[in-house]
Ligand binder design. Structure first.
Ligand code: BGC
Length: 336
């Protein structure tokens, strides 16, 4: 008898879960969709932190993970069919959503762009990110100080890598680095022996770290047999890992090299003196902001916004909350 009762309760719970989970319940439902890429470890950290905040608050999360832009756009379309109360998108291709997000407007689903802006649609309600200009700026300013460039330090050899071309952040990072380094490249305090400084020449396709390997191999073989490559600008920690592996393979000492994301493995490299620094974008901070945005749009209130001018997506200026990135190097890693 007890067993029968237990089964009945279990069936009832399942039915309730299915009903709320697939969006068929009343207007009080708390179904939200989160569509993220799986391209780097930082997305996993962001994904689990965001799910935790949402689920702890009673939201039911339809989490979708994708590795290509086509897959992601299809997933967003699927998720919208369930008419969630809000959809959060970490875009693989910032420009791929104009069409599919028409459904968000039809179904009245607020859209939050996470970490990467979404272009070409007024369906984007808010943007939760880090201050991407500050990321590139922090990377360049760190080396400007360490290399004493303001006081005429150099010449130093430098090479650049940038993130994937479909991610707007990649362009912002490099633009800010070049803004600071350009005078030093022009006056010879910094020398880029390959001459590859344009975005298209230094991009790492789709941010996949392995795609950086052939280029760093070639740079070392072609330009740095007799010369030392002193500094490498790496757009994130995973790519820095591959670059450092190739230095090792070539029997060369590690260069000064930056990264982004504070991946645990990069923190180890900083402790060991192999990687100079990383820029931390703490998932707990960004996902908390994003969670509060979700909550606000679902409850019909206005979330905390600190930027209403930077992110013009071609159709509207997307109100944003931009968190502040933090440099982590040997001097402060123990506090991180
Ligand atoms: C993010 C980085 C991340 C990269 C690759 C960028 O948009 O800002 O934190 O490392 O994408 O996923």
């Amino acid at each position: 008898m007890d067993k029968v009762k237990f089964l009945l309760v279990a069936v009832l719970m399942t039915v309730t879960a299915i009903m709320t989970g697939c969006g068929t319940s009343t207007s009080g439902n708390k179904n939200v969709a989160v569509c993220f890429p799986n391209t780097t470890p930082s997305w996993e950290r962001n994904g689990s932190a965001l799910i935790k905040y949402l689920e702890d608050d009673g939201f039911i999360v339809d989490m979708k993970i994708s590795s290509t832009s086509e897959e992601q756009v299809a997933q967003v379309g699927e998720a919208l069919k369930n008419k969630p109360k809000c959809i959060v998108i970490g875009a693989i291709d910032s420009s791929a959503f104009a069409e599919v997000l028409e459904d968000a407007k039809t179904y009245n689903v607020p859209v939050i762009a996470f970490d990467r802006i979404i272009f070409g649609t007024d369906a984007v309600t808010y943007y939760a990110s880090y201050d991407n200009d500050a990321v590139g700026e922090a990377q360049a300013l760190y080396f400007e100080t360490v290399l004493n460039l303001r006081k005429g330090g150099g010449p130093y050899n430098i090479e650049f890598f940038a993130g994937g071309t479909t991610d707007n952040n990649s362009h912002i990072f490099l633009k800010n680095i070049m803004r600071i380094f350009d005078p030093y490249l022009k006056n010879g305090q910094l020398i880029c022996r390959s001459g590859q400084t344009a975005f298209d020449a230094v991009t790492v396709k789709d941010w996949y770290a392995e795609n950086a390997r052939p280029r760093i191999k070639e740079l070392l073989n072609k330009y740095y047999n007799d010369e030392t490559l002193h500094v490498v600008i790496s757009p994130n920690d995973e790519i820095a890992g591959v670059i450092l592996e190739e230095f090792k393979r070539a029997g060369k000492p590690a260069p000064l090299i930056c990264g982004l994301d504070a991946d645990p493995i990069a923190l180890d490299r900083i402790r060991n003196g192999q990687q100079t620094f990383t820029v931390a974008k703490d998932p707990a901070v960004l996902t908390l902001k994003c969670f509060r945005m979700v909550k606000a749009v679902v409850e019909g209130t206005v979330p905390d916004i600190n930027d209403v001018k930077t992110y013009d997506n071609g159709v509207k200026i997307v109100p944003a909350y931009l968190c502040t990135p933090q440099i982590i190097d040997k001097s402060n890693i123990q506090d991180f």
